[in-house]
Design a protein around this ligand. Sequence first.
Ligand SMILES: Cc1ncc(COP(=O)(O)O)c(C=O)c1O
Length: 423
Amino acid sequence: MRPPFYFKNNRLFCEDIDVTTFSETVPTPFYLYSKSEIEYNCQAVWQAAKQDSSVDFMPYYALKANYNPSILKLIKAQGFGADIVSGGELYFAEKTGFPADKTVFAGVGKTKEEIREAIQKGLHSINIESGEELKIVADIARKEQNTQRIAIRINPDIEAKTHAYISTGLHKNKFGISTEQAFELYIETQKYKNIIADGIHVHIGSQISLASPFKATGEYLKTFIQRLARKNIIIKFLDLGGGIGINYDDPLTNAQAPRTFIDTILPQYLASFSGLKLKLFVELGRSIIGSAGLLVSKVLIRKHTPLKQFMVVDGAINNLIRPSLYQAHHQIVPLEKGKYNSITADIVGPVCESGDFLAKNITIEDIPAGEKIAVGSAGAYGQALASNYNLRPTISEYLVNGTEVSTIFKGRTVADIANSYTW
Ligand SMILES: Cc1ncc(COP(=O)(O)O)c(C=O)c1O
């Protein structure tokens, strides 16, 4: 399939839209998404699961990656369920049509109100992250005179080979519990009449590009499932988390490169459980929406110092915090190529922080003020992590469908922000 973003006559396109021409009609910065790429990634997930016809599979979309309702509706239409971590995400999932019994609720610190709502609505499962949480969920389920299915989140102490801030499956991380503790909890669940504990949850980290950490997790879980079975605790479903990585290196210029690692990782992860009578879930965020999004930003000023060259653009840390937060690399290109000589520059925003950068020491054409750049693979954990720091309002989002573009989030104004305050 044609990549969602590609250069034609040195101009960047999204599907059939010339991004430069479109960018002249709206304020910058903005996010632009490709509908066909979102659908393509969802279909790649189903395809990966079909490779083993015996697999009983259900994919969930992790709303945390991008919770724009128009995007949620597209993913829902591809047969995905919802993976939520807050009452807010539950509200968005429900409102965009995800059924309660296809919604799973994770998170290391849920409020009692959130747990009560999840139980009342009949969510498929609540992922339990501690002994204290199990007691709270059991207590609320009893008071609600309801039954709640749970999965205990295992922390397998497996190195995900990703950035430390997005590695979640090590004992030093706050997530999940060890199999030793979990074993005791599964036994404890037997005394709670309102709890069905027949699932295991695991999520070892994000932006993982190798199959090996997932295969190691698979082996680890299999051993644990057998250990539980010896105590007559029968596991029926595994929620295997998300974490599949995407191409951040050259998504805008390398049509041959795989845009996500769904095809290479997912079949191998699922194959770990081949032959076992288990329902397998995944909760994917980045690999569904990451490659489908672009951040477009305008050059405000160039600052050439004896030591460094800076390109100051109107997109900043409050629009895309990943480079600063995770030392993440995003490909950045001019919307129109081949017009200027290349320089080595830091691409920085206007925010008053030295940590406000989109890239450091990259080779890029020396674009003058007024012309625009595109930041690739920005669909996941971009707008979702946006803030209004320096009183910069949240920016607009647009969705491309072939030759059409629709506004899917109307950027906020300073007046919108001001309205929430007592003056
Ligand atoms: C529990 C859980 N599930 C799923 C995800 C989604 O991960 P990804 O976007 O890497 O697929 C995350 C991300 O942090 C998570 O914490």
